[in-house]
Design a protein. Sequence first.
Length: 119
Amino acid sequence: QVQLVESGGELVQPGGSLRLECAASGRTFSTAIMGWFRHAPGKERKFVANIIWSGGRTLYADSVKGRFTISRDSAKNTVYLQMNSLKPEDTAVYYCAAGASLGGGYNYWGQGTQVTVSS
């Protein structure tokens, strides 16, 4: 089992920045990929970004390219999502997820952290 705990979500003004963190614990050696998803009210959960744990290759949704950066600290078993130039449409609950294999989907999910972009 892998436990994921997100933090860093809060209210921020449009144009502002936030950094989300996701700390992994448990059988972290089995983690192949980690990702961020978001779920806005009345909408489906959507992919935001992911990172392959070994090698660090990243992938982003078109809606966040150039504004968000995903990174990881292997020593701390933590993945980050740096969010810049935030827009009201970025408002959502952000979830961290971990997968045990590439192409096998995400096996573990965090509880989510609320990001609200509003003036």
